[in-house]
Write a protein of this length. Structure first.
Lengths: 483, 137
């Protein structure tokens, strides 16, 4: 069930009405939301509901076991078993085919061809997200950041809550579980924020992402040798905007829907293309994943506490594994490794620059301010293009396609077919919103929250109607569903 | 009898302890916000049902074959026809046509439009100057 569909509209109307009708008995409310979440997940493929349940039970019982033992060795064993169990499920469903294909190719290269047990394994939607949420719960209980949850319903709802189940944001147990212990609350602010986020998410996905995908990105990436350099350049800019609007649109709707049900999720995107460095970019892009990788991978590896060389290694490893998390293909591995390597280079360069010219040594004055401003603009431009370069590998189905894409940048004399005013306008519009005040959405929400319900209904209904009226035919799935 | 009164008093005291004034206010705010947004949602649904009936037909056509499904398909088709007759599908078509015009636009069209705009601005300025001239003359 995709968010921008009639099915989801009816589903949400029922869930909203029933869940708030039973709010006086919080236990029933949780059960209603839990049933709705499993129904939502089963809509794709009911067989995977069992997998979701098994993954949840592993984490639930691990939490209980951690509550009952004080011995460090046993606690470490429990957390290791639970994390390994979760990763084993994820590894089988996501990487089994990739692993065997790569192994087969390697054996073939070495002249040792073997019959390997190939199987057609269907990737359950959202598996990467609910596995990471489960790991977050067990590790937080182990670290003492979260109390072990005695209620199975609470853990099940935390892992399967439908707004974030299939494509995030990756919600932390420490953020969500305490909300389940409080009486559900809906305020005017929740309604304002929810309405703005649902409408902005729908517009990003249905208008910007879908038009860019169907009219620019898909044809350009299908055969990069058939188009000139300008089309390739617009194509990669288009993909940068498409993936942002697609994924942040999904996150907006998820956060908005959760807000309307009385729950608060943290933001997942913060105008990422205004970042002036890669480090800044990763503080703004898919924030729930980058903070997850920081807290459960980068820091346990040692973070930046064990010397420069190990910091670079940890940065590289974290991003490399982040790349693999995105998908079982070598292009994703390259994408992650590239980001990891560039983060290490950037850190090293900054360190050297700081040694050469300490940050506080500049005289205060107009010339200095202009210099900093120019440096910031160059930083934004440079970071955006580094990110775009990596997106080519992320989007291309193989290294051959990515290679053809890059080689095509030499064909500047070829005429352009895809750089139409409409598509360029969509890209420019999305880029403008990267530089608007950060609180713009909040201001609009504050305006909406005091409107009477008929006006709010007309704005919501009118917005959805207009988006549906002008959006391309059909509903394309969200990009991050495949991860 | 006195025991009964005592029980009622205890129930009341327990009740006041369990729900503070702040909690009661929050519950009341929640009730109002839920009712307000529920009304907004129903208005949204009604608006979409009226203005976007064509999408309803597309959606119901995706149902399988069966007596209930066939009835729903027939009902949605009849509803869409009625909305079409009343002219309520026109705003969707107008919005779609407008967007299609933008989609089909080439850079040469943009140049022509810009030239037209410049021409109009020039004519406006000339007219204004003429009027000013008449007034002062």
């Amino acid at each position: 069930m995709l968010f921008p569909t009639i099915e989801f509209g009816i589903f949400f109307l029922i869930v909203f009405t029933v869940s708030w009708a039973v709010r006086w008995t919080p236990h029933w409310r949780k059960l209603v939301l839990l049933a709705a979440s499993y129904f939502f997940y089963g809509w794709w493929d009911w067989r995977f509901m069992g997998l979701l349940l098994v993954s949840t039970l592993i984490n639930y019982f691990a939490g209980l076991a951690l509550a009952r033992t004080e011995r460090p060795v046993l606690r470490k064993l429990v957390v290791t078993l639970a994390v390994t169990g979760g990763l084993a499920i994820l590894g089988f469903f996501k990487y089994y085919g990739f692993f065997l294909t790569s192994l087969s190719a390697l054996l073939e290269m070495a002249g040792l061809e073997r019959d390997l047990p190939f199987m057609q394994v269907i990737l359950p939607v959202g598996i990467s997200f609910f596995t990471f949420q489960g790991i977050s719960y067990v590790v937080d209980v182990y670290r003492g950041h979260v109390r072990p949850e005695r209620s199975l319903a609470n853990v099940m709802l935390y892992i399967s809550f439908f707004p974030q189940l299939v494509a995030g944001p990756i919600v932390r147990a420490a953020d969500f579980l305490p909300q389940l212990h409080r009486a559900p609350v809906l305020t005017r602010a929740h309604v304002g924020v929810g309405t703005v986020l649902v409408l902005s998410g729908l517009a990003k996905k249905m208008l910007i992402a879908n038009y860019l995908a169907t009219e620019l990105v898909d044809p350009v990436f299908f055969d990069p040798t058939a188009v000139g350099a300008l089309d390739l350049l617009i194509g990669v800019y288009g993909y940068a905007i498409q993936i942002y609007c697609d994924f942040s649109g999904y996150s907006d709707i998820a956060i908005g829907v959760a807000a309307l049900l009385g729950y608060r999720f943290l933001e997942n995107f913060n105008q990422p293309y205004r970042a002036a460095s890669l480090q800044d970019f990763w503080r703004r892009w898919h924030i729930s994943l980058s903070t997850w990788l920081r807290d459960y991978l980068y820091k346990p590896l040692g973070g930046n506490r064990r010397g420069e060389a190990k910091t670079y290694r940890n940065l590289f490893l974290t991003m490399f594994l982040g790349g693999i998390w995105h998908g079982a293909a070598w292009t994703f591995v390259f994408w992650g490794a590239f980001h990891g390597a560039m983060l290490a280079v950037e850190r090293h360069a900054r360190r050297k620059l700081d040694e050469f010219a300490p940050p506080n040594s500049d005289p205060v004055g107009i010339a200095s301010a202009v210099g900093h401003g120019a440096q910031h603009i160059v930083g934004i431009f440079w970071t955006f293009h580094l990110v775009c370069f990596a997106w080519i590998f992320f989007r291309a189905d193989s290294f051959t396609t990515a290679g053809s894409y890059l080689a095509g940048f030499a064909r500047w004399s070829d005429p352009n077919q895809y750089a139409t005013p409409f598509l360029v306008g969509l890209i420019a519009l999305a880029m403008v919103f990267q530089f608007t005040p950060r609180d713009l959405g909040r201001w609009v929400a504050q305006g909406l929250q005091w409107l009477p319900s008929p006006v709010l209904g007309l704005i919501l209904g009118g917005g959805v109607w207009l988006i549906w009226a002008v959006a391309p035919e059909g509903v394309a799935p969200f990009i991050y569903f495949q991860f | 009898m006195l025991d009964l009164i005592r029980e009622i008093e205890m129930e009341l005291e327990d009740g006041w302890e369990a729900a503070s004034r702040v909690e009661l206010q929050t519950a009341e705010h929640t009730r109002r916000a839920v009712a307000r947004f529920a009304r907004a949602l129903w208005i949204t649904a009604a608006l979409l049902l009226v203005l976007n009936s064509a999408r309803l037909v597309t959606w119901t056509n995706g149902f399988g074959v069966g007596p209930v499904q066939d009835t729903v398909v027939a009902l949605s088709a009849a509803w869409n026809e009625q909305m079409g007759r009343a002219g309520l599908g026109d705003p969707s078509e107008a919005a779609r046509e407008k967007l299609d015009t933008w989609r089909m636009m080439r850079w040469s069209d943009v140049e022509i439009r810009l030239d037209d705009e410049r021409q109009r601005a020039r004519e406006g300025a000339r007219l204004l100057r003429g009027m000013l001239g008449e007034e002062t003359g």
